[in-house]
Design a protein around this ligand. Structure first.
Ligand code: ATR
Length: 276
C-alpha cells in the first residue's frame, strides 16, 4: 500500500484541473510529503469512489463540477459555510475517523479580494451576477465582511430571490432580475454565472459600476474572459479573473488538511506565468 498521505480532486471533466499543480507547489514550499492527484469521477461513481479513496489512505478530497452538491449530501458533518452553501468542495478525514465537509470557495474569494488586491468590502455595495452553486458558495463569507448590501441578480429571477431568502438572516441581501438594477451603482461586481465559459455576458448596463469600483470573474481562462473585458471597458480599478480565488481556496483546503498555510502569492505568480 502507498504510505504517502493521499489527496485528490474528483470531478468531470478533470483533465485541465490546476489543483494537482497548485498542491504540488504548496507541498514543495512547505516541505510536506504528500501525493495529490486528479481523478475523473462522475456523479454515478461518486459514492463508491469516495468511500474507496478514504478506505485506501485518502486524507482529504476536493470535489469540483458536478460533484459539490453530492459531496454536501455525502458529508455527515459540515461547517456552517458549507451547510448554507449547500455545496462541499473539501472533505477532511478527521482524527476520529469521521468526514467533515467544508466549502473554501468563498473564503478563497474574500482572501484574494482583500489580501491580494486590497479591495475593501466593508460598507460597500456588492452585486453578484448569477444564482447558481457558485453564488451560494460566496455569499456568507462576503456577508461576514460587513458590506452595505449584497444584491444577487439572475436571468431566472425566482432563483435570485430564493437564494437571498436563504441568506437574509446573515446580512442585507436581495435578489432581483437584471432589469431591476437600473439606476443602481455597485462598488464591486462579481460574475458568478457560467456565461463566461461560453464567452457570453449577462445583460449589463454601462451605468452599473461605481467610480473606483472593481470587477471580478469567478471563472478564469488563459485569455481575459468576456466579463473581465467588460470590467476594463467600464474603467474598473481592478478587473480580475478567478485565478487568485482558485489558489486561495486550495490554500484553505491545504491548511485544513495539513495545518500549514502556504505562501499563496508565490504560487499565484507561478501559475500566472505558466498560463502565458
Ligand atoms: P454554477 O454551479 O457554476 O453556479 P449553475 O448552478 O448551473 O452553475 O448556475 C449557472 C448560473 O449562470 C445561473 O445563475 C444561470 O442563470 P439561470 O439561473 O437563469 O439559468 C447563469 N447563466 C448561465 N448562462 C448565462 C447567460 N448566458 N447569461 C446570464 N446568465 C447565465
Amino acid at each position: 500500500m502507498n504510505s504517502l498521505d493521499r489527496y485528490a480532486v474528483f470531478g468531470s471533466p478533470i483533465k485541465h484541473s490546476k489543483s494537482p499543480r497548485i498542491h504540488q507547489l504548496f507541498a514543495e514550499q512547505t516541505e510536506q510529503v504528500l501525493q495529490y492527484t486528479a481523478e475523473l469521477v462522475d456523479a454515478e461513481q461518486f459514492e463508491v469512489a469516495v468511500s474507496h479513496f478514504f478506505s485506501n489512505g485518502g486524507r482529504g478530497l476536493n470535489c469540483t463540477v458536478p460533484l459539490k452538491e453530492l459531496a454536501w449530501q455525502y458529508a455527515p458533518h459540515k461547517t456552517e459555510r458549507a451547510q448554507l452553501a449547500k455545496a462541499v468542495n473539501t472533505l477532511i478525514m478527521q482524527v476520529d475517523g469521521s468526514l467533515l465537509g467544508d466549502n473554501t470557495d468563498g473564503i478563497g474569494l474574500v482572501t484574494d479580494l482583500m489580501l491580494n488586491h486590497h479591495i475593501c468590502l466593508k460598507h460597500k455595495k456588492i452585486l453578484i451576477l448569477g444564482a447558481g452553486g457558485a453564488t451560494r458558495g460566496i455569499i456568507l463569507p462576503l456577508q461576514e465582511q460587513m458590506p452595505l448590501s449584497v444584491t444577487v441578480a439572475n436571468r431566472t429571477v425566482a432563483k435570485a430571490v430564493s437564494i437571498a431568502n436563504e441568506f437574509k438572516h446573515k446580512g442585507l441581501v436581495t435578489g432581483c432580475g437584471y432589469s431591476d438594477l437600473a439606476g443602481q451603482r455597485f462598488d464591486l461586481i462579481l460574475n458568478a454565472t457560467s456565461a463566461s465559459l461560453t464567452g457570453e455576458l449577462p445583460p449589463l448596463a454601462d451605468t452599473l459600476l461605481a467610480e473606483q469600483g472593481s470587477c471580478y470573474d469567478l471563472a478564469y481562462a488563459n485569455e481575459p474572459t468576456a466579463f473581465v473585458r467588460w470590467g476594463q471597458s467600464q474603467h474598473a480599478i481592478h478587473s480580475l479573473d478567478g485565478l487568485g480565488m482558485l489558489v486561495e481556496q486550495a490554500a484553505e483546503a491545504f491548511y485544513l488538511w495539513r495545518g500549514v498555510r502556504p505562501d499563496t502569492k508565490a504560487v499565484i505568480q507561478t501559475l500566472a506565468t505558466e498560463r502565458q
